[in-house]
Design a binder for this molecule. Structure first.
Ligand code: C5P
Length: 224
């Protein structure tokens, strides 16, 4: 069915921002609204897929008709994704993952004391890279939000994280990136530029991206 290019496919989408606890009332997070990832989950469903959305903190309503798995921290997101990875055909990692977490989160509220205080952070595992190393049949798509040298970073990421596609958005351009309803993205594969899309609604970006993914999966011979 050409109207449902993802019929029979299992799609896992991560979205939103992960949240790293410092103490019971404080945490570190980022500006992710979840809009792009949620739009991808909705578009995947419209195109016929069975969709699971693993979501961190987001400021938009969760889409209807989609299995939603809420998570807080990066470690939680990693676990939720790994639990479901083997059954997936496509994984799209639109989440803004916190690169670091508190080395020793406190179980009591931290008291104000000295003029200066130091919070020690340790590196989180890279979920996308972990999946890239484990993939068998899965088609993996990463996102990158960059402010400079976007293409260079995108190509480095796609190789390092063994993704099949990488979607770059320049977060310095108005109408792109965090919080907006539109996005301007450039898509890369391991050999370079695939397509540079104009400014479009996140809904439209999501649909174009999924159609591209469906075509690539089909070209692999994994489809009917
Ligand atoms: O390296 P950077 O954070 O720019 O890479 C962005 C991509 O990697 C996104 O797809 C994001 O979801 C993913 N990522 C991840 N785990 C991390 C950091 C980023 O899965 N710890």
């Amino acid at each position: 069915n050409p109207a449902l290019p993802l019929a029979g496919k299992r799609v896992l989408v991560t979205a939103g921002g992960t949240m790293e606890r410092i103490d019971p009332v404080r945490y570190i997070t980022n500006d992710s609204s979840g809009k792009m990832g949620y739009a991808i989950a909705e578009a995947a469903k419209r195109l016929g897929a069975q969709v699971t959305l693993v979501t961190g903190k987001a400021s938009v309503a969760v889409p209807a008709g989609i299995e939603v798995v809420p998570v807080d921290s990066t470690m939680d997101m990693l676990e939720a994704v790994l639990d479901r990875f083997d059954d997936c055909d496509i994984v799209i990692k639109a989440a803004a993952v916190a690169d670091y977490r508190a080395a020793r989160p406190s179980d009591k509220k931290i008291k104000k004391k000295d003029e200066r205080m130091t919070l020690e952070l340790i590196k989180n595992p890279d979920i996308l890279q972990t999946l890239g190393e484990r993939k068998t049949k899965q088609f993996i798509v990463g996102f990158a939000a960059e402010t400079d040298n976007g293409e260079l970073h995108a190509m480095d990421k796609i190789r390092r994280k063994k993704s099949d596609l990488l979607v770059l958005n320049d977060v310095t351009v108005p109408g792109a990136g965090f919080g907006t309803d539109t996005n301007i993205v450039t898509v890369f594969d391991e050999s370079g530029l695939v397509v540079a899309l104009p400014q479009l609604s996140k809904r439209e970006v999501a649909e174009r991206l999924l159609v591209l993914i469906a075509e690539r999966l089909k070209a692999r011979g994994g489809s009917d």
